[in-house]
Ligand binder design. Structure first.
Ligand code: STX
Length: 318
């Protein structure tokens, strides 16, 4: 069993103006001469966390974190305009060039895995390899499972609270009903919807419920960006051209070393997606954690992710 590295502070941070509207916040930690890795957070809209650094040996890795458009310390907060998958990929490239990095590893779970796959498929020559967790490819069936029907069978209690802001007549399309409220000019309507949306995910993210996670997700600043940005991406199908775009383009990245870590009891991003990716990309190592749900902080997931970064510690050293 592997455990997190001790907490560390970044040695560098900054804000980058990536459009007329958006500034993105980034941090660098670990060894400035180390192997570069870009850490991609989930949601979209979740923001990066200090604990994400602790999955890497700080003597070996140059750890780059960024808050994607509209969340964390990036501004404007919870902004949906000019906020698409392809803009985020451009931002990652702007940041890479700003930091004078030729190539880097990608590390991401959940939506972070979606974005890492989309980035690597767009810029395969910039990637040294991928560590992915809780695979999410933003296909219609994945959205339907978690936000319409499926996960509701496993968490009927938490589901009631998720349904509450939506009147009976609008429940046949919950993502659309939520989108309407999360983009409402009435801050009270938006706030209530954001909280209910975020709490649904907090209630289902771990094998065993975690009150700390519930509290963090329920906090207004976090919930507003998380819910608004997630729903915006989901109603737009991730801005992908086809539902299976990420699977269809696996051939572009098959040469890259990769590890896929998946919790068997992941309710947010069920293992079906990791399995589909594994079938399309058998060269990537699939690690199934038998006693874990979705969160990267579940003990078995943590351990498997750290094993993966340790395995890649010898790669691409300068
Ligand atoms: N969205 C799942 C996701 O990407 C469907 C995600 N879930 N929780 C998170 O991200 C954070 C821990 C980053 C908030």
């Amino acid at each position: 069993m592997r455990h997190l590295y001790p907490p560390i502070d970044p040695y560098g941070r900054g804000m980058l103006q990536v459009s007329d509207l958006h500034m993105i916040y980034f941090e660098e930690s670990g060894n400035p001469e180390g192997i570069p890795v870009i850490v991609l957070h989930g949601g979209p809209g979740g923001g990066s966390q200090p604990s994400y650094r602790q999955y890497f040996d700080p003597r070996v890795w140059r750890i780059v974190q960024l808050d994607q458009r509209g969340c964390g310390h990036s501004t404007p907060h919870a902004e949906l305009r000019e906020n698409t998958t392809w803009r985020l990929i451009e931002d990652i490239e702007v940041l890479r060039q700003h930091l004078d990095i030729e190539q880097w590893f990608g590390f991401g779970g959940s939506w972070g895995s979606t974005l890492a796959l989309a980035y690597a498929q767009t810029h395969p020559d910039r990637c040294l390899g991928l560590v992915l967790r809780g695979i999410f490819m933003l296909r219609q069936q994945e959205i339907h499972w978690f936000y319409q029907e499926g996960a509701s069978y496993l968490f009927p209690d938490a589901w009631e609270a998720y349904l509450k802001p939506i009147p009976l007549g609008e429940r046949d399309n919950l993502v659309a009903a939520y989108h309407k409220r999360l983009t409402s000019p009435d801050p009270k309507i938006c706030r209530e919807a954001a909280r209910a949306w975020a709490m649904w995910e907090a209630s289902t993210s771990k094998l065993l419920p975690d009150p700390n996670l519930m509290q963090a997700f329920g906090e207004e600043h976090f919930a507003t960006a998380f819910a608004r940005i997630e729903c915006h991406y989901f109603i737009n199908q991730g801005f992908f051209e086809t539902d299976d775009q990420l699977l269809r383009n696996v051939h572009r990245i098959r040469h890259l070393p990769a590890v896929i870590v998946q919790g068997r009891y992941d309710v947010v991003c069920p293992m079906r997606s990791a399995w589909d990716l594994h079938r399309a990309w058998p060269e990537a190592e699939l690690v199934i954690v038998g006693d874990a749900g979705h969160s990267m902080s579940e003990p078995g997931i943590k351990s498997a992710l750290i094993e993966a970064t340790e395995r890649f510690s010898g790669w691409g050293a300068p």
